[in-house]
Design a protein around this ligand. Structure first.
Ligand code: SIN
Length: 308
């Protein structure tokens, strides 16, 4: 089965890739993604300065999913600007994920990273794990200001990674705002922020930062991710490319994202839990589902979810 796909004019040899954050901080991890069958290399969301991130333990997996509060550990944008041209030798798209601790950081990082010519740039407005820094994506005015400052600095396709929204009014407000900002693609969704997982035996939280609050991922967030993919797919009339992220543990989960409107799929929790071997498994499973359902490509079934 041909699982190649296209986002904003960029062709990906396969539709599965890592989510920013999963096994993509160091040169070694990024090169391993390059050698794997992942359809792209996505960098960790980068900040101005290198960061070690939040104190450990900061990731916890459990049967229904995961909770993390990594705190953007990364090498700093200058290091990724040097690495990106080298990563292109793997012959698959490189997506640079840009974050920031202040509004000013975003255009600064974007300008230098754009000069390194990744294939696409994703602006992460949705990290829930920096103490004292609210998720920008929950403030439409700040999001618009940031995106309008970043947009002129970027010549490659520019996307936005958003947090989950839980009310159609918020999809409407954000969709309208994004329509004014010249966005080329969306990545939906980041982790479901500020969840709390409790160990009843030890009577404790399970991660250290922020009193145990962190971003939820894995299978328990799939319905929230699907709802956001579907809502924005419909808002933009199917014309906005969407990377579906959230709750994909199997090829069947990926198929659900594609039916809702995703053109490509990112994986976080399952990649952390299984390692790079997850990519051939997911490809084989999705290929089998597509064949069983009578589709010949991702484009064939994208967005074709039936309503009752
Ligand atoms: C983290 O590093 O805390 C996670 C990044 C993110 O959620 O964007």
């Amino acid at each position: 089965m041909n699982l190649s796909t296209t986002i904003a004019g960029v062709t990906f040899p396969g539709c599965f890739m890592n989510a920013a954050g999963a096994l993509c901080v160091t040169r070694e991890e990024l090169e391993a993604l390059g050698r794997s069958v992942a359809g792209a290399i996505v960098t960790k969301s980068m900040t101005i300065e290198a960061r070690t991130g939040n104190p450990e333990p900061r990731y916890y997996g459990f049967p229904e999913g995961s909770i993390n509060s990594m705190g953007l550990p990364n090498l700093g944008y200058r290091a990724y600007a040097e690495l990106i041209p080298q990563l292109k030798r793997f012959g698959k798209p490189v997506i640079a994920s840009v974050a920031g601790l202040s509004e000013e950081d975003f255009p600064t990082i974007a300008e230098t990273i754009n000069a390194a010519q990744p294939d696409l740039i994703e602006v992460n407005l949705s990290c829930p794990n920096i103490p004292g820094k609210p998720q920008i994506g929950y403030d439409a005015d700040t999001s618009e200001r940031v995106l309008k400052r970043v947009r002129p600095k970027i010549t490659v396709p520019m996307g936005v990674k958003l947090p989950p929204y839980f009310d159609p009014a918020h999809h409407q407000v954000m969709g309208t705002m994004l329509g004014r900002c010249g966005i080329d693609f969306l990545n939906l969704i980041n982790s479901v922020g500020n969840g709390l997982v409790v160990d009843p035996e030890r009577e404790t939280v399970v991660i250290k930062p922020k009193g145990g609050f962190g971003g939820l991922g894995g299978r328990l967030i799939k319905p929230v991710a699907l709802a956001n993919v579907r809502a924005f797919y419909k808002f933009f009339g199917g014309k906005m490319p969407i990377i579906g992220t959230g709750g994909v543990m199997s090829g069947s989960d990926a198929f659900e994202h594609i039916l809702c409107g995703a053109s490509a799929i990112q994986v976080g929790t399952v990649l952390v839990e299984e390692g790079l071997e997850v990519f051939p498994r997911l490809e084989a499973e999705l290929g089998a589902v597509l064949a069983r359902q009578g589709y010949r490509s991702i484009q064939d079934c994208r967005g074709r979810l039936k309503e009752l």
